[in-house]
Design a binder for this molecule. Structure first.
Ligand code: GAR
Length: 205
């Protein structure tokens, strides 16, 4: 019998991908993975409510806005790392998490942090590329297709090794909102596949 891998899901907003993970966990689709907690970088977001409704421990750690940006990232990352150590977290899943992790957590959890991004990386990634901005950029570039990527997190932004991608067509008349909705559907499958795959790898390592 393999050990359970405790998963921390980091969120910043609606949390539909957190919901997909919770649903998958309840159906036993995460294999050895188990959603241990959800952590938001801002208060009042619906993702926290989703966690509470599912009896998943939910907490908020907000960036210290009095610090300059680099130290602010480091400080928040260190507090997330502290939580991970205390709760024996084996896998960190960034599911619509808009803060950037930096420093010790990247080294200590190398190969054990995954991020979901709403484009076919390496296209349309990097700092400032999130949510509807990504979809608008895809439309502006006249791309025939888009999709989502689950990748390992390294010290860059959206630059880590790609684990899996799911593709969708860009349709005539698409707006950022309609494209986002089509991609969201694929994200809910991709994030579950990615988390289950990584949990299995980590348990076997
Ligand atoms: C998702 O589309 C995710 O790919 C994106 O935020 C959305 C969160 O949706 N993440 C990024 O843009 C990160 N760069 P959700 O809160 O409903 O899961």
């Amino acid at each position: 019998m393999q050990n359970t891998v405790n998963i921390l899901v980091l969120v910043s907003g609606n949390g539909s991908n957190l919901q997909a993970l919770i649903n998958a966990d309840q159906r036993g689709e995460l294999g050895v993975g188990r959603i241990a907690a959800a952590l938001a970088d801002r208060a009042g977001v619906y993702a926290l409510e989703r966690a509470r409704l599912a009896n998943v421990p939910a907490l908020v750690k907000t960036p210290n806005m009095t610090l300059p940006i680099a130290r602010r990232r480091q400080d928040l990352s260190d507090r997330v790392l502290q939580f991970c150590r205390e709760r024996d977290i084996g896998l960190i899943v960034l599911a619509g998490f808009l803060s950037i992790l930096a420093g010790d957590i990247i080294r200590e959890y190398a190969g054990r942090i995954i991020n979901l991004h709403p484009s076919l990386l390496p296209k349309f990634g990097g700092v400032g590329m999130y949510g509807e901005r990504v979809h608008q950029a895809v439309l502006d570039a006249g791309e025939p297709e888009s999709g989502c990527t689950v990748h390992l997190v390294n010290a860059g932004t959206d630059t880590g090794p790609i684990l899996l991608q799911r593709r969708v067509p860009v349709l005539a008349g698409d707006t950022a909102a309609t494209l986002a909705e089509r991609i969201h559907h694929e994200e809910h499958i991709a994030i579950v596949e990615g988390a289950a795959l990584m949990a299995a790898r980590i348990a076997a390592s």
